[in-house]
Design a protein around this ligand. Structure first.
Ligand code: GLU
Length: 305
C-alpha cells in the first residue's frame, strides 16, 4: 500500500495566549512533522466564543511567528467551518449514529450517565426546546498503539460516554469538529497533550462512522506548574514572553527530553529549531508529566519572564 504523506497539525483552542505548555506541544508536533519530511498545519479551534477572549487568536499566531513556527498552509479557523459540521451532524443523525438529547447534566449525573429520557432509543417526533445532539457510541474494548506511550486499552461504554457533538446553546463541540477537520485536512499524525488521551477511543469510533482512516496519535506529557497542576488558563499559566523566543524553544526542547547544548541560549530561533530538527529523538520524550517537569540538568532554564 502506498504510504500517505505525513500531515501533522497544532490545533490550539484560543482561550488565552500561548503558554509554555502549548509551546511544548507546538514544538513536538512541528519536529515530528519535520523529521518525517511532512507538512505541519495550524488550526485554530475557535468553537466557543464565550470562552475565547477576542485578542487570543492574534496573540497565538504572533507567538508562533516569533518562535519561527510557520505552517505550510494557510491557518484554518473552525469558526469558518460551521457548514461542514452541520452537514456531518445531519449525516450522523440520518444514519442513526447521533441522537437528540434533552437530559440535563444533573439528570445524567443522578442516573450514572444513563439517559432518564431514553433519548438514544426514543426520539420524540417533535422537540420544541433547544437540545443537545450526541454521538451514539458502541460498547467496545478499544486497543490501539500510541506512538510514544505504546499499547493502549480503553473501554468505551455506549450511552454513558456518548459525547455531545452539538451543544444545546448551538455551538459545535470539540469532539465533532476535531474529527471532521482531521479528516478534511488529511491529517495522518496527531501530536497533542496526554490530557486528551481518554478522548481517543471515542474519536476512533467517529472516524469509523464517517468511513475515514484515523490518524496515528502521539500523546506527550502535559507540563505542570510548581503546584503540580497542568499549565492552562484556569491555572493562570503566564503568557510566553515573545521577546525571548530562542530561550523558550531551548526550554521546550528540554521539556521534551532533548539535550540542547548551553551554547544555544545565545543562538537565533532558526538555529535552535535547526538543532532540534537534526537531533530530534522521539524516544527521549518523557512518558509522564513528573518526568517532564524539571528534567534534564544540562539545560539551565532561563527565568520565565
Ligand atoms: N484544541 C485542543 C486543545 O487546545 C487540542 C485538540 C487536539 O489536538 O486534538 O486542547
Amino acid at each position: 500500500m502506498e504510504q500517505l504523506r505525513y500531515r501533522g497539525r497544532f490545533a490550539p483552542s484560543p482561550t488565552g495566549p500561548l503558554h509554555f505548555g502549548s509551546l511544548v506541544t507546538a514544538v513536538a508536533s512541528w519536529l515530528e512533522a519535520r523529521a518525517a519530511g511532512g507538512d505541519w498545519l495550524v488550526r485554530i479551534e475557535d468553537l466557543d466564543p464565550l470562552r475565547e477572549p477576542p485578542e487570543a487568536i492574534g496573540q497565538i499566531l504572533h507567538s508562533l511567528n516569533c518562535h519561527g513556527l510557520f505552517p505550510d498552509e494557510p491557518v484554518r479557523f473552525q469558526s469558518k467551518r460551521h457548514d461542514a459540521y452541520q452537514a456531518t451532524v445531519e449525516q450522523l443523525l440520518s444514519q442513526g449514529y447521533a441522537y437528540r438529547c434533552r437530559c440535563s447534566r444533573k439528570q445524567l449525573q443522578q442516573h450514572g450517565g444513563y439517559h432518564p429520557a431514553h433519548c438514544r432509543t426514543t426520539q420524540p417526533a417533535h422537540i420544541d426546546a433547544p437540545c443537545a445532539i450526541r454521538f451514539a457510541l458502541s460498547d467496545e474494548a478499544s486497543y490501539w498503539q500510541d506512538l510514544l506511550l505504546g499499547p493502549q486499552h480503553q473501554q468505551v461504554c455506549a450511552e454513558r460516554d456518548d459525547p455531545v457533538i452539538l451543544r444545546k446553546e448551538g455551538f459545535y463541540a470539540y469532539q465533532l469538529a476535531v474529527v471532521v477537520d482531521d479528516i478534511d485536512q488529511g491529517i495522518t499524525h496527531v501530536v497533542r497533550g496526554s490530557d486528551l488521551l481518554d478522548m481517543t477511543a471515542q474519536q476512533q469510533q467517529m472516524f469509523r462512522a464517517l468511513q475515514a482512516l484515523p490518524p496515528q496519535w502521539l500523546h506527550i506529557p502535559v507540563i505542570l506548574n510548581s503546584e503540580g497542576q497542568k499549565l492552562s488558563k484556569q491555572t493562570r499559566a503566564p503568557a510566553l514572553n515573545d521577546t525571548q523566543p530562542a530561550a523558550n524553544l531551548v526550554r521546550a526542547l528540554g521539556a521534551l527530553g532533548q539535550t540542547p547544548p548551553a551554547s544555544l541560549h545565545t543562538a537565533t530561533v532558526d538555529d535552535v529549531l535547526a538543532w532540534g530538527r537534526h537531533h530530534w529523538q522521539r524516544q527521549a520524550i518523557p512518558l509522564t508529566s513528573q518526568q517532564a517537569h524539571g528534567i534534564n540538568p544540562n539545560t539551565h532554564l532561563p527565568p520565565d519572564h
